[in-house]
Design a protein around this ligand. Sequence first.
Ligand code: SF4
Length: 375
Amino acid sequence: MRAVGLYVHIPFCHHKCGYCDFNSYALSGEIVSAFVDALHREIAYCPYAGIRATTVFFGGGTPTFLDGKTLADILEHLHQQFAIDADAEITIEANPGSVDREQLRILRQAGFNRLSFGVQSFDTEELKRMERIHSPDEVLQGVCWAREAGFENLNLDLIFALPEQTLERWESNLRQALSLHPEHLSLYALMLEPNTRFYHLYQKGKLRLPDEETQVAMFRLAQHLTREAGYRQYEISNYALPGYECRHNQIYWHNLPYLGFGPGAVSFYEGKRWMNIKHPREYVRRVQAGESLELESEQLTGWDSVAETILLGLRMIEGVDLAPLEQRYGLPVQAHYRPVIETMVAQGWLIQEGSRIRLTDEGLLWHSEVAMAFL
Ligand code: SF4
């Protein structure tokens, strides 16, 4: 059995943000405790008990919606069910508006060793427009409590290309993030997803976003300021101090196996990928009734898996070595993709070094287009 990464999805938030397309719900009351019971049952009945896990990631939603003891119990249950490495990276996402000092102390003591704060912006106006529940001061407080609790691996998530955002405002956000000396930064451009309030506002012409040129300048500024501060961009949107690259996310980008628990959680094991039912109420009902949690599944074989591994791998700055993929999938990967690679190299989006391919600095802006060519 291959080692996996473990993912736990906590689907609750205090408020649904205007741009959010994640599987999250502003629910409270009985459903929360029913969900926690159901999650424990899902973990207990997992057919892959005993398997080795190298990373654990609690995401959401807002994991810190739950209290420290409840989260610690879930982690403890995972330890009972799986052979989690002693030096595993164990991450929990946190909303600066829903953490407290004692909760962070409990989490660190329970074994969480990486904390990822959904900061998004240090600008009060921008935070309000995004409908975030926290203030810039709460971020500073949260980081302070996290350090005090003993978290030595801290990530801050920021979003750029926000409505009305200027390059100067983005620079100010970046500088404030860097001044807190996190070990890791995730810097994503805002994506307008259908079924979000932002998307509908944009359709009606009520949301002014920075133009493409400014968005590119924002991305370049992020690359520049982080490099200056000693961070290495190791993935299109992720920057780390040496040794602090997120191990869990690298499992996804290398297309390696992982098991997910909770509503909407995705698993990928032995070539099969499946997703749990998304709504917490239906999730609880199915667990209680002993029914399958699968919403959808697919068995990936042959060229589909190869293409996916290349697309995900190209998100990383080091790119993908095609030679090991030939062994992994038993297919003539290099010969098959030679024409595509030559076209992308001529376009200036791809670099080929022996059997390894990676995006150029220009190509990083065009990952989706390159990805389409490999499909
Ligand atoms: S806190 Fe995160 S997951 Fe929750 S609604 Fe806002 S963006 Fe979505």
